[in-house]
Write a protein that binds this ligand. Structure first.
Ligand code: NAP
Length: 292
């Protein structure tokens, strides 16, 4: 069996088209959705994510800017910037890039982002609401995984979803989202990590297997049952023996696993393509709610 390839770019475009309509309705009321990111220092991965967000904002019609603070900024400087953006009524969404320089306290900073503007769902209030099944903003990567599953016809309802990885930005919130007793969720969820014994035995029980491991090609074909839907969240760079340059690969051994899976996301072009657009979804929703 060769797997159906789940096209993240196509799904992202579909969502973008829907958003453009919602944005034009807001603009007719004089509201322009606005996302402000905060970057402390020069972390290269954050700078790359910033470029992606800026591009998606411009393609979608969301106004954006980045508040840059020097790496020597104090916690007070950071909290002051967040407070200023919380007060600014023209700002609908705030995203703080992590990691912060080591002398800064990320959780304290995230806790001060207004929940109404917390479009990446990182304020512990948003995290708690997610677990309680209350209305809140979901972090964009796990939200994108849910959207990919639903829009590609592999809705998680009643399925056994095995997630490999329990980070606070991917594995844990994804488990919380898919556990909810709601349409597009209501799955049986197992979360695996480095303390999990007999990992391949557990991954083979999955109807839907999500890899958020952070290690290139960690999920091998022997870990996957025939007919599983495989979602690869991983972004890793490895040397390409043909070109000698680095190339992007996921946490799944794509070439081998696609021969067993029913459906699989590629890297690039799978989950990564949807993450930034989910941030736009949340920002537009924040703007809509601010207008009520
Ligand atoms: P992370 O913070 O490094 O977490 C990795 C998780 O995988 C941890 O829970 C770790 O377990 C677990 N793990 C690592 N090796 C394992 C093994 N051999 N067996 C079982 N579990 C193992 O990574 P992350 O931030 O969640 O990111 C995961 C991947 O997604 C990365 O490749 C990252 O680049 C990518 N990512 C993609 C997007 C996107 O938009 N597509 C967004 C964010 C991240 P322990 O908790 O026990 O250490």
């Amino acid at each position: 069996m060769t797997a159906e390839i789940i096209d993240g770019k196509k799904i992202a475009l579909e969502i973008q088209t829907e958003l453009k309509l919602r944005i034009s309705r807001l603009q007719a009321k004089g509201i322009s959705p606005k996302l402000i990111t905060i970057l402390v220092g020069e972390d290269p991965a954050s700078l790359s994510y910033l470029r992606g967000i800026t591009r998606t904002c411009s393609e979608t019609g969301v106004t954006t800017d980045c508040a840059r603070l020097p790496s020597a900024a104090t916690q007070q400087d950071l909290l002051g910037k967040i407070a200023e953006l919380n007060r600014d009524q023209s700002v609908h969404g705030i995203l703080l890039f992590l990691p912060l320089p080591k002398h800064l306290n990320a959780i304290e900073a995230e806790s001060t982002i207004s929940p109404a503007k917390d479009v990446d769902g990182t304020n512990p209030i948003s995290t708690g609401k997610l677990l309680l099944g209350e209305d809140t903003f979901f972090p964009s990567t796990p939200y994108g995984v849910q959207e990919l599953l639903v829009r590609s016809g592999h809705a998680p309802e009643g399925k056994h979803v095995v997630i490999v990885g329990r980070s606070n930005i991917v594995g844990k919130p994804l488990a919380g989202i898919l556990l909810q007793r709601k349409p597009g969720a209501n799955a049986t969820v197992t979360v695996c990590h480095t303390g999990t014994k007999n990992l391949p035995e557990i991954t083979q029980l999955a109807d839907i297997l999500v890899a958020a491991v952070g290690k290139a090609r960690a999920i091998t074909a022997d870990m996957v049952r025939e007919g599983t839907v495989v979602i690869d969240v991983g972004v890793n760079f490895v040397p390409d023996p043909v070109t000698g340059k680095n190339k992007q690969v996921g946490d799944v051994d794509f070439d081998a696993v696609k021969e067993k899976a029913a459906a699989i996301t590629p890297v690039p072009g799978g989950t990564g393509a949807v993450t930034s657009i989910m941030l736009m979804v949340n920002t537009v929703r924040a703007a809509e709610e601010s207008s009520k």
